[in-house]
Ligand binder design. Structure first.
Ligand SMILES: NC(=O)c1ccc[n+]([C@@H]2O[C@H](COP(=O)([O-])OP(=O)(O)OC[C@H]3O[C@@H](n4cnc5c(N)ncnc54)[C@H](OP(=O)(O)O)[C@@H]3O)[C@@H](O)[C@H]2O)c1
Length: 344
Protein backbone atom coordinates (compact mmCIF):
# COMPACT_ATOMS: atom_id res chain seq x y z
CA UNK A 1 0.00 0.00 0.00
CA UNK A 2 1.26 3.48 -0.83
CA UNK A 3 1.03 5.67 2.29
CA UNK A 4 -0.16 9.14 1.28
CA UNK A 5 -0.11 12.24 3.47
CA UNK A 6 -2.37 15.20 2.65
CA UNK A 7 -1.03 18.60 3.73
CA UNK A 8 -3.77 21.21 3.26
CA UNK A 9 -7.34 19.96 3.58
CA UNK A 10 -9.36 22.54 1.65
CA UNK A 11 -11.22 22.39 -1.67
CA UNK A 12 -8.63 20.22 -3.42
CA UNK A 13 -7.07 18.47 -0.40
CA UNK A 14 -10.30 17.00 0.93
CA UNK A 15 -11.33 15.70 -2.48
CA UNK A 16 -7.92 14.14 -3.09
CA UNK A 17 -7.99 12.55 0.38
CA UNK A 18 -11.32 10.87 -0.40
CA UNK A 19 -10.13 9.75 -3.85
CA UNK A 20 -6.87 8.34 -2.46
CA UNK A 21 -8.75 6.42 0.22
CA UNK A 22 -10.92 4.82 -2.47
CA UNK A 23 -7.87 3.36 -4.27
CA UNK A 24 -7.02 -0.34 -3.80
CA UNK A 25 -3.28 0.36 -3.58
CA UNK A 26 -3.23 3.47 -1.36
CA UNK A 27 -4.01 4.53 2.19
CA UNK A 28 -4.23 7.99 3.75
CA UNK A 29 -1.77 8.46 6.63
CA UNK A 30 -3.60 11.59 7.70
CA UNK A 31 -4.39 15.19 6.83
CA UNK A 32 -2.79 18.41 8.11
CA UNK A 33 -4.83 21.47 9.14
CA UNK A 34 -3.76 24.84 10.52
CA UNK A 35 -6.87 25.20 12.71
CA UNK A 36 -9.87 23.37 14.09
CA UNK A 37 -12.74 24.47 11.80
CA UNK A 38 -15.62 22.66 10.05
CA UNK A 39 -13.20 20.92 7.68
CA UNK A 40 -11.19 19.60 10.64
CA UNK A 41 -14.43 18.31 12.13
CA UNK A 42 -15.46 16.47 8.96
CA UNK A 43 -11.93 15.10 8.50
CA UNK A 44 -12.14 13.54 11.95
CA UNK A 45 -15.69 12.32 11.30
CA UNK A 46 -14.45 10.72 8.07
CA UNK A 47 -11.86 8.79 10.06
CA UNK A 48 -8.75 10.67 8.94
CA UNK A 49 -5.97 11.20 11.47
CA UNK A 50 -5.41 14.92 11.93
CA UNK A 51 -1.97 16.57 12.08
CA UNK A 52 -1.20 20.15 13.08
CA UNK A 53 0.26 22.19 10.21
CA UNK A 54 1.41 24.98 12.55
CA UNK A 55 3.06 23.91 15.80
CA UNK A 56 2.06 26.99 17.85
CA UNK A 57 -1.61 26.40 17.07
CA UNK A 58 -1.70 22.84 18.41
CA UNK A 59 -3.45 23.86 21.68
CA UNK A 60 -6.41 25.21 19.67
CA UNK A 61 -7.25 21.68 18.54
CA UNK A 62 -7.30 20.42 22.14
CA UNK A 63 -9.55 23.35 23.09
CA UNK A 64 -11.98 22.30 20.33
CA UNK A 65 -11.86 18.73 21.63
CA UNK A 66 -9.99 17.41 18.59
CA UNK A 67 -7.22 14.91 19.17
CA UNK A 68 -4.11 15.28 17.01
CA UNK A 69 -2.00 12.41 15.73
CA UNK A 70 1.09 14.65 15.57
CA UNK A 71 2.45 17.60 13.64
CA UNK A 72 2.96 17.97 9.92
CA UNK A 73 6.64 16.93 10.13
CA UNK A 74 5.45 13.55 11.50
CA UNK A 75 2.91 13.28 8.70
CA UNK A 76 5.59 13.91 6.08
CA UNK A 77 8.00 11.46 7.74
CA UNK A 78 5.37 8.71 7.87
CA UNK A 79 4.25 9.15 4.26
CA UNK A 80 5.66 7.61 1.07
CA UNK A 81 4.43 10.71 -0.76
CA UNK A 82 2.60 13.91 0.20
CA UNK A 83 -0.13 15.70 -1.70
CA UNK A 84 0.16 19.39 -0.87
CA UNK A 85 -3.23 21.09 -1.13
CA UNK A 86 -2.18 24.33 0.55
CA UNK A 87 -3.06 27.76 -0.83
CA UNK A 88 -0.99 29.10 -3.76
CA UNK A 89 2.55 29.91 -2.66
CA UNK A 90 2.42 27.88 0.55
CA UNK A 91 3.13 24.69 -1.37
CA UNK A 92 6.43 26.11 -2.64
CA UNK A 93 7.30 27.19 0.92
CA UNK A 94 6.67 23.60 2.08
CA UNK A 95 9.02 22.18 -0.55
CA UNK A 96 12.08 22.42 1.74
CA UNK A 97 10.29 20.31 4.38
CA UNK A 98 9.47 17.62 1.83
CA UNK A 99 13.04 17.56 0.52
CA UNK A 100 14.42 17.42 4.08
CA UNK A 101 12.40 14.29 4.77
CA UNK A 102 13.25 12.84 1.36
CA UNK A 103 9.51 12.49 0.75
CA UNK A 104 8.32 13.18 -2.79
CA UNK A 105 5.47 15.67 -2.99
CA UNK A 106 2.77 16.81 -5.39
CA UNK A 107 2.11 20.55 -5.47
CA UNK A 108 -0.93 22.10 -7.14
CA UNK A 109 -1.55 24.42 -10.06
CA UNK A 110 -1.34 27.60 -8.00
CA UNK A 111 2.43 27.11 -7.67
CA UNK A 112 4.92 28.37 -10.23
CA UNK A 113 6.23 25.82 -12.71
CA UNK A 114 9.80 26.67 -11.71
CA UNK A 115 9.11 25.65 -8.09
CA UNK A 116 8.98 21.98 -9.15
CA UNK A 117 10.92 19.38 -11.11
CA UNK A 118 8.06 18.67 -13.51
CA UNK A 119 4.42 19.43 -14.28
CA UNK A 120 1.83 16.70 -14.80
CA UNK A 121 -1.30 15.67 -16.67
CA UNK A 122 -1.89 11.90 -16.69
CA UNK A 123 -3.10 11.63 -20.30
CA UNK A 124 -0.21 13.70 -21.62
CA UNK A 125 3.09 13.11 -19.81
CA UNK A 126 2.61 10.40 -17.15
CA UNK A 127 5.97 8.66 -17.67
CA UNK A 128 8.03 11.86 -17.53
CA UNK A 129 7.64 12.36 -13.76
CA UNK A 130 8.74 8.93 -12.50
CA UNK A 131 11.32 9.39 -9.75
CA UNK A 132 10.83 13.16 -9.51
CA UNK A 133 10.89 14.74 -6.04
CA UNK A 134 8.50 17.63 -6.61
CA UNK A 135 5.76 17.49 -9.19
CA UNK A 136 3.03 20.02 -9.94
CA UNK A 137 -0.41 18.84 -10.99
CA UNK A 138 -1.28 21.73 -13.29
CA UNK A 139 -4.32 23.95 -12.75
CA UNK A 140 -7.90 22.99 -13.50
CA UNK A 141 -7.88 24.98 -16.74
CA UNK A 142 -4.52 23.63 -17.93
CA UNK A 143 -5.66 20.09 -17.07
CA UNK A 144 -8.87 20.57 -19.06
CA UNK A 145 -6.99 21.96 -22.06
CA UNK A 146 -4.27 19.28 -21.98
CA UNK A 147 -6.76 16.39 -21.83
CA UNK A 148 -8.38 17.71 -24.99
CA UNK A 149 -5.13 18.51 -26.78
CA UNK A 150 -3.49 15.09 -26.17
CA UNK A 151 -5.81 12.97 -28.38
CA UNK A 152 -6.13 15.69 -31.04
CA UNK A 153 -2.35 15.89 -31.34
CA UNK A 154 -2.06 12.13 -31.64
CA UNK A 155 -4.85 11.76 -34.19
CA UNK A 156 -4.54 14.86 -36.38
CA UNK A 157 -1.50 16.88 -35.30
CA UNK A 158 -2.00 20.48 -34.18
CA UNK A 159 -0.91 23.65 -35.93
CA UNK A 160 -2.30 26.08 -33.34
CA UNK A 161 -4.65 26.19 -30.36
CA UNK A 162 -6.63 29.33 -29.55
CA UNK A 163 -8.69 29.17 -26.37
CA UNK A 164 -10.86 31.71 -24.59
CA UNK A 165 -11.35 30.74 -20.97
CA UNK A 166 -14.49 32.06 -19.29
CA UNK A 167 -13.50 31.44 -15.70
CA UNK A 168 -15.63 31.26 -12.59
CA UNK A 169 -15.04 34.19 -10.26
CA UNK A 170 -14.53 31.95 -7.22
CA UNK A 171 -15.41 28.57 -5.76
CA UNK A 172 -18.82 28.30 -4.03
CA UNK A 173 -17.25 28.58 -0.55
CA UNK A 174 -14.88 31.43 -1.46
CA UNK A 175 -16.99 34.22 0.01
CA UNK A 176 -13.88 36.41 0.08
CA UNK A 177 -14.01 36.67 -3.72
CA UNK A 178 -17.53 38.09 -3.80
CA UNK A 179 -20.12 39.35 -4.09
CA UNK A 180 -19.22 40.23 -7.65
CA UNK A 181 -21.24 41.53 -10.60
CA UNK A 182 -18.98 42.10 -13.54
CA UNK A 183 -17.29 40.51 -16.54
CA UNK A 184 -13.56 41.08 -16.36
CA UNK A 185 -10.96 40.50 -19.04
CA UNK A 186 -8.41 38.76 -16.78
CA UNK A 187 -5.63 39.32 -17.47
CA UNK A 188 -6.25 42.32 -19.73
CA UNK A 189 -2.91 41.90 -21.49
CA UNK A 190 -2.77 38.92 -23.84
CA UNK A 191 -2.02 36.09 -23.82
CA UNK A 192 -3.14 34.83 -20.41
CA UNK A 193 -0.79 32.64 -18.36
CA UNK A 194 -2.75 29.51 -19.28
CA UNK A 195 -1.05 28.98 -22.65
CA UNK A 196 2.48 29.02 -21.18
CA UNK A 197 1.19 26.72 -18.44
CA UNK A 198 -0.03 24.20 -21.04
CA UNK A 199 3.45 24.50 -22.58
CA UNK A 200 4.86 22.95 -19.38
CA UNK A 201 3.01 19.81 -20.55
CA UNK A 202 3.42 20.21 -24.35
CA UNK A 203 6.58 22.33 -24.76
CA UNK A 204 6.38 22.63 -28.56
CA UNK A 205 2.64 23.38 -28.83
CA UNK A 206 1.56 26.66 -30.44
CA UNK A 207 -1.17 27.94 -28.13
CA UNK A 208 -2.66 31.34 -27.33
CA UNK A 209 -5.14 31.77 -24.50
CA UNK A 210 -7.37 34.64 -23.40
CA UNK A 211 -9.02 34.78 -20.00
CA UNK A 212 -12.13 36.35 -18.54
CA UNK A 213 -13.67 36.14 -15.09
CA UNK A 214 -17.44 36.09 -14.65
CA UNK A 215 -19.74 36.13 -11.61
CA UNK A 216 -20.21 32.36 -11.45
CA UNK A 217 -18.96 29.67 -9.08
CA UNK A 218 -19.87 26.32 -10.61
CA UNK A 219 -17.50 25.66 -13.52
CA UNK A 220 -15.21 27.25 -16.11
CA UNK A 221 -16.29 27.28 -19.77
CA UNK A 222 -13.75 27.14 -22.61
CA UNK A 223 -14.37 28.33 -26.14
CA UNK A 224 -11.85 26.39 -28.24
CA UNK A 225 -10.47 26.73 -31.74
CA UNK A 226 -7.82 24.23 -32.82
CA UNK A 227 -6.23 24.46 -36.24
CA UNK A 228 -5.45 20.82 -36.95
CA UNK A 229 -2.44 19.76 -38.99
CA UNK A 230 -4.55 17.44 -41.14
CA UNK A 231 -8.12 17.25 -42.45
CA UNK A 232 -10.86 15.98 -40.14
CA UNK A 233 -14.61 15.77 -40.08
CA UNK A 234 -16.76 16.62 -37.10
CA UNK A 235 -18.22 13.16 -36.61
CA UNK A 236 -14.77 11.54 -36.58
CA UNK A 237 -13.56 14.10 -34.04
CA UNK A 238 -16.62 13.41 -31.88
CA UNK A 239 -15.92 9.66 -31.94
CA UNK A 240 -12.24 10.16 -31.21
CA UNK A 241 -12.91 12.40 -28.20
CA UNK A 242 -15.74 10.16 -26.92
CA UNK A 243 -13.22 7.32 -26.64
CA UNK A 244 -11.30 9.24 -23.94
CA UNK A 245 -12.33 8.25 -20.42
CA UNK A 246 -11.93 11.75 -19.00
CA UNK A 247 -13.78 13.54 -21.78
CA UNK A 248 -17.57 13.43 -21.47
CA UNK A 249 -19.27 14.19 -24.81
CA UNK A 250 -22.62 15.68 -23.87
CA UNK A 251 -25.34 14.31 -26.16
CA UNK A 252 -27.92 16.89 -27.21
CA UNK A 253 -30.85 14.91 -25.81
CA UNK A 254 -29.55 15.29 -22.24
CA UNK A 255 -30.42 18.98 -22.64
CA UNK A 256 -27.57 20.18 -20.44
CA UNK A 257 -27.56 23.86 -21.27
CA UNK A 258 -24.84 24.95 -18.87
CA UNK A 259 -22.82 24.35 -15.73
CA UNK A 260 -25.90 24.44 -13.50
CA UNK A 261 -27.47 21.48 -15.33
CA UNK A 262 -24.19 19.57 -15.45
CA UNK A 263 -23.71 19.93 -11.69
CA UNK A 264 -27.35 18.95 -11.14
CA UNK A 265 -26.79 15.79 -13.17
CA UNK A 266 -23.62 14.97 -11.25
CA UNK A 267 -25.47 15.36 -7.95
CA UNK A 268 -28.42 13.27 -9.14
CA UNK A 269 -25.99 10.60 -10.36
CA UNK A 270 -24.67 10.33 -6.80
CA UNK A 271 -21.29 11.89 -7.45
CA UNK A 272 -19.67 13.02 -4.16
CA UNK A 273 -20.08 16.80 -3.75
CA UNK A 274 -21.65 16.76 -7.26
CA UNK A 275 -18.08 16.56 -8.56
CA UNK A 276 -17.47 16.40 -12.30
CA UNK A 277 -14.05 14.85 -12.87
CA UNK A 278 -14.29 14.85 -16.68
CA UNK A 279 -14.15 17.67 -19.21
CA UNK A 280 -17.72 18.17 -20.41
CA UNK A 281 -17.74 18.83 -24.16
CA UNK A 282 -20.99 19.74 -25.88
CA UNK A 283 -21.10 17.22 -28.74
CA UNK A 284 -23.20 19.54 -30.90
CA UNK A 285 -20.60 22.30 -30.57
CA UNK A 286 -17.94 20.21 -32.31
CA UNK A 287 -17.64 21.84 -35.71
CA UNK A 288 -14.94 21.59 -38.36
CA UNK A 289 -14.37 24.24 -41.04
CA UNK A 290 -11.48 23.11 -43.23
CA UNK A 291 -8.78 22.25 -40.67
CA UNK A 292 -10.31 24.50 -37.98
CA UNK A 293 -12.02 22.66 -35.13
CA UNK A 294 -14.35 24.54 -32.78
CA UNK A 295 -16.02 23.40 -29.57
CA UNK A 296 -17.23 24.42 -26.11
CA UNK A 297 -16.23 22.55 -22.97
CA UNK A 298 -16.96 23.04 -19.29
CA UNK A 299 -14.47 22.16 -16.56
CA UNK A 300 -15.35 21.68 -12.90
CA UNK A 301 -12.47 23.55 -11.28
CA UNK A 302 -12.80 21.82 -7.92
CA UNK A 303 -12.77 18.30 -9.33
CA UNK A 304 -10.89 17.71 -12.59
CA UNK A 305 -7.45 17.73 -10.94
CA UNK A 306 -8.49 15.12 -8.35
CA UNK A 307 -7.98 11.95 -10.46
CA UNK A 308 -4.82 13.59 -11.83
CA UNK A 309 -3.37 13.81 -8.30
CA UNK A 310 -4.11 10.12 -7.75
CA UNK A 311 -2.40 9.17 -11.02
CA UNK A 312 0.55 11.44 -10.22
CA UNK A 313 1.16 9.42 -7.05
CA UNK A 314 1.61 6.20 -9.04
CA UNK A 315 3.53 8.01 -11.78
CA UNK A 316 6.06 9.51 -9.36
CA UNK A 317 6.54 6.24 -7.46
CA UNK A 318 6.58 4.18 -10.68
CA UNK A 319 4.04 1.64 -9.41
CA UNK A 320 1.79 1.42 -12.49
CA UNK A 321 1.69 2.33 -16.17
CA UNK A 322 -0.37 5.32 -17.30
CA UNK A 323 -3.14 3.12 -18.70
CA UNK A 324 -3.28 0.95 -15.55
CA UNK A 325 -3.31 3.93 -13.25
CA UNK A 326 -5.97 5.87 -15.15
CA UNK A 327 -8.18 2.76 -15.27
CA UNK A 328 -7.70 2.01 -11.55
CA UNK A 329 -8.32 5.61 -10.51
CA UNK A 330 -11.42 5.93 -12.67
CA UNK A 331 -12.91 2.66 -11.37
CA UNK A 332 -12.16 3.42 -7.74
CA UNK A 333 -13.82 6.84 -7.70
CA UNK A 334 -16.71 5.91 -9.98
CA UNK A 335 -15.65 7.88 -13.04
CA UNK A 336 -16.01 4.77 -15.22
CA UNK A 337 -19.79 5.11 -14.91
CA UNK A 338 -20.09 7.97 -17.35
CA UNK A 339 -22.55 10.70 -16.46
CA UNK A 340 -24.70 9.59 -19.39
CA UNK A 341 -24.58 5.81 -18.86
CA UNK A 342 -24.69 6.04 -15.08
CA UNK A 343 -28.21 7.38 -15.21
CA UNK A 344 -30.11 4.71 -17.01
N1 LIG B 1 -10.14 25.50 -5.97
C1 LIG B 1 -9.85 25.31 -7.23
O1 LIG B 1 -10.69 25.56 -8.07
C2 LIG B 1 -8.51 24.79 -7.66
C3 LIG B 1 -8.43 24.05 -8.85
C4 LIG B 1 -7.20 23.53 -9.24
C5 LIG B 1 -6.07 23.78 -8.49
N2 LIG B 1 -6.17 24.52 -7.35
C6 LIG B 1 -4.95 24.76 -6.59
O2 LIG B 1 -4.93 23.91 -5.47
C7 LIG B 1 -4.25 24.56 -4.39
C8 LIG B 1 -5.18 24.62 -3.21
O3 LIG B 1 -6.32 25.34 -3.58
P1 LIG B 1 -7.71 25.16 -2.82
O4 LIG B 1 -8.73 25.78 -3.69
O5 LIG B 1 -7.89 23.76 -2.38
O6 LIG B 1 -7.46 26.11 -1.58
P2 LIG B 1 -8.32 26.16 -0.26
O7 LIG B 1 -9.71 25.69 -0.49
O8 LIG B 1 -8.11 27.50 0.31
O9 LIG B 1 -7.64 25.07 0.66
C9 LIG B 1 -6.33 25.20 1.12
C10 LIG B 1 -6.34 24.83 2.56
O10 LIG B 1 -5.01 24.82 3.04
C11 LIG B 1 -5.05 25.12 4.42
N3 LIG B 1 -3.79 25.76 4.77
C12 LIG B 1 -3.47 27.08 4.75
N4 LIG B 1 -2.17 27.25 5.11
C13 LIG B 1 -1.69 26.00 5.36
C14 LIG B 1 -0.44 25.51 5.80
N5 LIG B 1 0.60 26.31 6.01
N6 LIG B 1 -0.29 24.17 5.97
C15 LIG B 1 -1.34 23.33 5.75
N7 LIG B 1 -2.55 23.74 5.37
C16 LIG B 1 -2.72 25.07 5.16
C17 LIG B 1 -6.28 25.97 4.67
O11 LIG B 1 -7.05 25.38 5.67
P3 LIG B 1 -6.85 25.65 7.21
O12 LIG B 1 -6.04 26.91 7.34
O13 LIG B 1 -8.24 25.77 7.73
O14 LIG B 1 -6.14 24.44 7.70
C18 LIG B 1 -7.09 25.88 3.39
O15 LIG B 1 -8.40 25.41 3.61
C19 LIG B 1 -3.83 25.93 -4.93
O16 LIG B 1 -2.53 25.81 -5.47
C20 LIG B 1 -4.82 26.16 -6.05
O17 LIG B 1 -4.34 27.06 -7.03
C21 LIG B 1 -7.37 24.99 -6.90
Amino acid sequence: MIRVGINGYGTIGKRVAAAVRAQPDMSVVGVAKTRPNHEAATAVDSGFDLYAAVEEREPRFAEAGIELAGDVEHLVAESDIVVDGCPSGVGAENAAMYREHDTPALLQGGEDADAVDASFVARANYDSVTGAELVRVVSCNSTGLSRLIAPLREEYGIEKVRATLVRRGGDPAQSGRGPINDILPDPVALPSHHGPDVNTIFPDLAIDTLGLKVPATLMHTHSINVTLASEADAEAVRERLAAESRLFLIPGWLDLDGAGDIKELAGDAGRPRADVWENCIWGESITVEGRDLYLFQAVHQEADVVPENVDAIRAVLGTASAAESIRTTNEAIGLEDSLERGQF
